[in-house]
Design a protein around this ligand. Structure first.
Ligand code: GCV
Length: 718
């Protein structure tokens, strides 16, 4: 019966769904297809009134009008009078809004938050959307449209929402020549050649999408920076983008190359303690602010992976960051200095290097410096324990750095919903100040009362028509913004609202898609790096498995450095008998990892070298468990395919087929990962595959022979 019902719905729907290319993201505003909900909205909304027409409120008005007219399929008028069903939008400084909304709400909303209230005034029922600032009101409009797009009841609204984190930032690794380092969705959307005169429509749509989820900062260029970005010609182009973004509350930042004073300034040195160098940066900052009055500041990768930095001149990270901070301070700019550093000369465990280099400088940075730390200690792996710097630098504001572009998670061909990965890190307990000192409390400033706070993510956006190359990669952009606004939202809640806005509100379809999304990250971990394996992907391009690789010029670029498989077992001993990286965590946090028998098996091989015969919680040997995980992961992609196939007719054919094809690739690649890894590790364990497991189709030599010279995403600082 249920089947028949679903089939019936499918038949009805198929005729109505128009093809979509994904360009509109989660801001589609198609007519509400539920008659009762549509009626409720039509009854409650008739007109809009804006209290002023500044650029930000004009942007809000355009969005609200466009959204309402699309969703309600009715003409919405603009009124000067308050009538029944009017939506009144403005700021708390407007006398009418001030008189009908309690100031309590506004104090909770803070600088960027919003209030959405249903109010009856002079016998007229109205909906007020307001903030203390215009950008707060803009965010409120987007939030209101989200309510409608997700079919919420809007008859008696009483909502106040404020971001938990101040700086909610996308970092583009886009090069000047429009290639993108680790980019899998086409070329950079910044057309530097045509800027500043040609303003692509995409720039505004990009700003709208970001504002709709509260993103308020973007670093435009690769952290492997090109100094040319700081020349006048390029600053003028940057200024043109900043102008498009400004009404949407978005500030631009630039990745600054530390050697710029030499490369474009004609100086002999970039030593941060040299007066001429300091002066050069001061003048550069002054110049930037003449073009971009609301410029955000610099993002810096220094002394890491061949990038220049203060250590080049025997100075410290603090010397370098503080020099730039002093140049920006008069203008209110900030420096975001990355802690992703590891040195070739240092033979100690790469895991430990960022902590060792940065912890001694805790409290030594200027007030306008933030230190940006990747979520885990190595590099955006499918699963990492939280970075030990979180909780270790109480006197320094730390910015979280996540990665949306799926460098280590199947590029833009694998469906991997990243919110569970983000949440796992944010919810981890650092025990910095006793129990419940979660990573999220470190970065939202509540642990140490920091006023400047931030969360950043490496963007997954490119020139592909759907922006992200995989329709589901859009969900990662969306989830990042929502979590940066409120890290207490759950991965399921965010998936739910994204699906409803992006695909459909039909409950069966929402549930099916949500199940796929929520399972996808763990499935990927299982077929790529189960039980705490990490960094075993292809060399340089990072595509596919290569646990055997051992030819890189630096030891810590080789997978064998990380898995340490030998005839006895597998895994990196980071306890006191090994590299003792665990000592970098607070004692209580360390406890959860340090004992082989109690360590969560998800992290086992991150911290222990474990014998092949070791008995796991399941009762299986480690070897059998490893095989079990690899096979379960690959099989689960088939489950994802079956689930997806059941959605035919619930969503448009164009995106349905796209995802179907991408899942086919994902399934093949999952089997490839499984076969290559199992065959390789078997050369050490010398144990058979567990009974009943299908023998890999090819031998290890075959997998080792695969070459991908043109895999996407590799590039330097062009
Ligand atoms: C921008 C990893 C990536 C590099 C990236 C680097 C970083 O090593 O593979 O492409 O460079 O991280 O975060 O700086």
């Amino acid at each position: 019966m249920k089947r028949f019902f679903l089939f019936f719905i499918t038949v009805i729907l198929t005729g109505n769904i128009k093809a979509e290319n994904g360009y509109e993201l989660w801001l589609r505003y198609y007519k509400i297809d539920d008659a009762a909900i549509l009626q409720q909205y039509r009854n409650n909304i008739s007109s809009i009134q804006f209290t002023s027409s500044t650029p930000t409120l004009l942007a809000a008005k355009e969005e609200l009008l466009n959204g309402l007219q699309g969703l309600l399929d009715k003409k919405i008028t603009e009124q000067n009078l308050i009538t029944n069903g009017c939506i009144l939008v403005g700021t708390s400084s407007d006398p009418v809004i001030h008189s009908i909304i309690s100031s309590n709400f506004f104090s909770k909303a803070g600088k960027e938050g919003y209030v959405i209230q249903t109010v009856t005034t002079n016998q007229k029922k109205v909906i007020v959307i307001a903030g203390n600032t215009e950008v707060g009101a803009l965010y409120g409009c987007f939030a209101f449209l989200r309510l409608l797009q997700t079919h919420q009841n809007i008859q008696n609204l009483s909502i106040v929402s404020a971001p938990r984190i101040q700086l909610r930032m996308l970092d583009h690794w886009d090069n000047v020549n429009r290639t993108i380092e680790r980019g899998y969705a086409g070329m950079s959307i910044w057309n530097w050649h045509k800027l500043p005169d040609y303003i692509d429509k995409r720039y505004k749509d990009y700003a709208r999408a970001n504002a709709s989820i509260g993103i308020n900062a973007v670093a435009l260029n690769n952290v492997n920076a090109n100094a040319i970005m700081l020349t006048k010609d390029y600053l003028i182009k940057v200024a043109a983008l900043a102008e498009v973004f400004r009404p949407y509350g978005i500030k631009v930042y630039l990745s600054a190359k530390f050697s710029a004073p030499v490369e474009i300034g004609g100086l002999k040195t970039a030593d941060p303690l040299d007066a001429q160098v300091q002066n050069w940066w001061k003048q550069k900052a002054d110049e930037i602010y003449t073009y971009i009055p609301n410029f955000g500041g610099f993002l810096v990768k220094a002394n890491s992976e061949e990038q220049p930095g203060p250590q080049t001149y025997n100075r410290t990270h603090a010397d370098g960051a503080n020099m730039l901070a002093d140049a920006l301070a008069p203008h209110g700019g900030i420096v975001i200095w990355r802690a992703f550093v590891y040195s070739n000369e240092n033979t100690d465990d790469r895991f430990k290097q960022a902590y060792n280099e940065f912890k001694p400088f805790d409290g030594k940075f200027r007030n306008n410096v933030l230190i940006q730390v990747k979520n885990g200690p190595i590099d955006f792996q499918p699963r990492e324990p939280f970075h030990p710097l979180f909780g270790a630098m109480p006197h320094t504001p730390l910015v979280m750095e996540f990665q949306l572009t799926q460098e280590y998670l199947g590029f833009s061909t694998h469906l991997v919903y990243l919110a569970p990965l983000f949440k796992e890190c944010l919810d981890a307990d650092t025990y910095e100040q006793g129990k419940n000192s979660t990573v999220s409390k470190v970065i939202d400033g509540s642990s140490e009362d920091h006023k400047l706070t931030g969360m950043a993510a490496v963007a997954n956006i490119g020139s592909d028509i759907d922006w992200t190359g995989h329709p589901f990669a859009q969900a990662n952009w969306y989830a990042f913004g929502r979590l940066a606004w409120d890290h207490e939202l759950s991965a399921a809640q965010i998936a739910d609202e994204w699906i409803r806005q992006t695909f459909t509100n039909i409950q069966h379809a929402v549930d099916t898609i949500k199940n796929i999304m929520l399972a996808s990250r763990e499935i990927t971990v299982d077929y790529m790096t189960p039980l705490g394996l990490h960094h075993i992907m292809g060399y340089s391009h990072h595509y596919g498995p290569a646990p055997w690789y051992n030819a890189a010029q630096r030891a810590d670029w080789n997978p064998v450095y990380y898995h340490k498989a030998d005839s006895l077992g597998i895994g990196f001993d980071r306890t006191a008998t090994g590299s003792n990286a665990l000592a970098q965590y607070a004692p209580e946090a360390r406890k959860q990892f340090q004992d082989l028998h109690t360590c969560d098996e998800k992290y086992l091989l991150w911290f222990h070298h474990v014998e092949w015969n070791y008995k796991m919680h399941s009762g299986r040997s480690l070897w059998d468990e490893l095989c079990y995980k690899y096979y379960a992961g690959a099989d689960s992609v088939k489950w994802m395919q079956q689930q997806w196939n059941s959605l035919k007719g619930f969503i448009d054919d164009e995106r349905f087929e796209q995802v179907q094809m991408l899942l086919t690739i994902q399934q093949k690649e999952a089997v490839w990962w499984r076969n290559a890894c199992v065959l390789y590790f078997q050369t050490f364990s010398r144990m058979p595959l567990p009974k009943g497991f299908e023998q890999p189709a090819k031998n290890l030599e075959y997998y080792e022979s695969l070459q991908f010279p043109y895999a996407p995403g590799i590039s330097g600082n062009q």
